[in-house]
Design a protein. Structure first.
Length: 188
């Protein structure tokens, strides 16, 4: 399935995702370079919500630029396989190698607006991220590593403590939405 089809087939969970999906599809039609961060207005990122086998912890990294706990993930940088991007970023940012997608479908689709910041000595203006998140499972006993140029910590965080660790109110809403979806997925 193409990356565009995976977004088109995404079933919104709430009004925020419905509206974000609508805007994202419009942007895909406007920008032919939306997969590349060279597009300084809007581009796609792909992340992983990685849970342990007991389904009570999530693997997170402490992001250097934003000084916040977040999901491992990164820019598509032209890659059309967004699930593959998420897998590569999880492995690169956490050191965890044995991860399995729970589903190949997008679990969360959001429009995010990172503030302007410095990256590798260059200023990056505020812009929009089309945030695509996939759901994975991994063994919490597998060794994790820090990627010093991107994060300062890697940790399995109890899902019921994400609000304690996360300092970004807009991201807390997204994490809690994903947790509700996971609960619905396993209760079904």
């Amino acid at each position: 399935m193409s990356w565009i089809d995976s977004i088109k087939e995404f079933v919104p969970y709430n009004e925020q995702e419905r509206k974000d999906k609508e805007v994202i599809l419009k942007c895909i039609n406007i920008f032919d370079d939306i997969l590349k961060r060279d597009n300084e207005i809007i581009h796609i990122t792909s992340s992983g919500f990685v849970i342990n086998k007991d389904k009570n912890k999530v693997l997170m990294v402490h992001h250097n630029i934003f000084n916040a706990w977040s999901l491992p993930g990164g820019h598509a940088d032209g890659e059309e396989n967004l699930l593959g991007v998420a897998i590569s970023e999880i492995k690169e940012e956490t050191g965890v190698k044995n991860i399995s997608p729970i589903t190949n479908k997008i679990v969360s689709l959001d429009m995010l607006s990172p503030f302007g910041h410095f990256r590798k000595g260059k200023y990056v203006s505020s812009h929009l991220h089309v945030s695509v998140v996939y759901l994975f499972q991994a063994d919490e006993n597998e060794q994790v590593i820090i990627k010093p140029d991107e994060n300062s910590a890697v940790k399995w965080i109890p899902m019921n403590e994400i609000d304690i660790y996360s300092s970004e109110s807009h991201m807390k809403k997204i994490y809690n939405k994903i947790i509700c979806k996971i609960e619905d997925f396993y209760d079904a």
